[in-house]
Design a protein around this ligand. Structure first.
Ligand SMILES: Nc1ncnc2c1ncn2[C@@H]1O[C@H](COP(=O)(O)OP(=O)(O)O)[C@@H](O)[C@H]1O
Ligand SMILES: [Mg+2]
Length: 399
């Protein structure tokens, strides 16, 4: 090589090797030797493949050199491997065909860049970027939660004005009426039939008195159904305290049974051991129970069973500490359950999975707000055997 070229190779701060046409090391610079902790004697004269006890016996590098000699071009490759005492390194190896005018052909200049630290830094940066993205995502989630709870606050606020409460009641009344109209058919048929018998003179004396008694009884049944429905749809809360929650549940289920029967759903009230009252307005508790049962019946589109249970339980309100005794009214069904990704959203105002016209998405948000106003909360969970359970926690009476 020209003395000037040799001097350049020797002093350039990049690790360099010059190989002849047989890929033997003809020159190696200080930077290379220092970087790989080698002695010149371990390198010079040997093929790169055999030099330094096979430290550079790397298939990809051999292949790179051959390609460079064949194509007389510029080739680059990144290799990662163990380099003796240096440990695992990542190197970018660049092979460049050395064109020396009037000199030998097939010579190659090999430049090596150790990018281990650079790659590690990139890795760390990538990790940090991902961590950052996760944090941004977490903030987004928090924002969405805040938005949802703000919506709940808005609902709670409107609730005090009574409008949403009423809207929710009316939408339920629609569902109930369909069932109740059917329910009234039977007593009305009985009244008509007995009345006609009396008019035709087919019923007289003792029999006539018995027929009239049945007619009055059936008329009272119709009146009761209508009164219950009106009672339920009335705008103002009743302000009646709940002395016996089980009895209130039974009365409410009575109102709901015709609708449930149409959907082939059984409504069961599990008997409770003692009489439990709660510090809540009867009309409001009835509205909450109605919303939960209507939802359960809706979920059981092929029929099934809805169980209502009243009990006391030690529980800790969300976001606070210390367990207290609560009156819990739970409604469970053996339906399909709620998909995990929507479980956290069912109390959001206007969240519904039902077809337009079938759902308003108000039932649970209104129920949640009513119970919150009473000082309690509602839990929801999917049951192991399928189905869903809503547990309404109400403060005990006198607390
Ligand atoms: N028992 C249940 N089983 C399955 N999904 C339910 C149940 N109760 C509520 N949901 C889900 O919660 C959503 C919100 O209920 P809700 O607020 O009452 O509104 P709506 O009944 O008008 O859809 C329902 O659309 C449904 O997806
Ligand atoms: Mg509903």
């Amino acid at each position: 090589m020209l003395p000037l070229a040799e001097a350049v190779v020797a002093n350039v701060p990049v690790p360099l090797i010059v190989l002849d046409e047989h890929r033997r090391v003809t020159a190696v610079n200080t930077s290379f030797l220092k970087h790989f902790q080698l002695d010149e004697r371990q390198m010079l004269g040997a093929t790169l493949h055999d030099a330094a006890d096979g430290l550079w016996n790397i298939d990809e590098v051999d292949e790179l050199l051959r390609a460079c000699q064949r194509d007389r071009g510029d080739q680059e490759h990144e290799v990662e491997r163990l380099f003796g005492p240096l440990g695992r390194r990542t190197l970018v190896v660049n092979a460049r065909s050395l064109e020396i005018p009037g000199g030998p052909s097939g010579w190659v200049l090999l430049a090596v860049e150790d990018v281990t630290e650079k790659r590690r830094a990139e890795e760390v940066l990538r990790g940090e970027r991902e961590a950052l993205l996760i944090r941004v995502k977490r903030h987004e989630d928090e924002l969405a939660r805040a938005q949802a709870s703000l919506n709940t606050e808005v609902i709670a606020h409107n609730l005090t004005r009574g409008q949403l409460l009423h809207a929710n009641r009316l939408s339920t009344v629609g569902k109930l009426t369909a069932g109740l109209t059917h329910e009234m058919g039977t007593p009305i048929n009985v009244i008509t039939a007995r009345g006609q018998m009396i008019l035709r003179g087919q019923s007289q004396g003792e029999q006539m008195i018995e027929d009239v008694r049945v007619m009055v009884e059936q008329a009272q049944r119709v009146t009761q159904i209508v009164r219950e429905l009106l009672d339920y749809s009335r705008q103002r809360p009743s302000s009646r305290p709940v002395d016996d929650l089980s009895a209130l549940c039974e009365r409410t289920l009575e109102l709901l049974r015709p609708m449930a029967r149409r959907g082939k759903v059984d409504l069961l009230l599990e008997p409770s051991t003692n009489t439990l009252g709660c510090a809540a307005d009867a009309g409001e508790v009835q509205q909450v129970l109605t919303n939960l049962v209507v939802n359960a019946v809706d979920a059981l589109d092929r029929g099934g069973t809805v169980r209502v249970r009243v009990a006391t339980r030690q529980a800790t309100p969300p976001g606070s500490q210390g367990a207290l005794c609560w009156v819990v009214m739970s409604v469970s069904d053996d339906g399909p359950g709620i998909p995990p990704h929507t479980l956290g959203r069912v109390f959001e105002p206007f969240f519904t999975t039902k077809a337009p016209g079938k759902g308003t998405g108000l039932g649970l948000s209104v129920s949640g707000a009513i119970v919150k106003k009473l000082g309690g909360w509602i839990d929801v969970e999917n049951l192991d055997g399928g189905g869903t359970r809503f547990s309404v926690h109400l403060p005990q009476k006198g607390e």
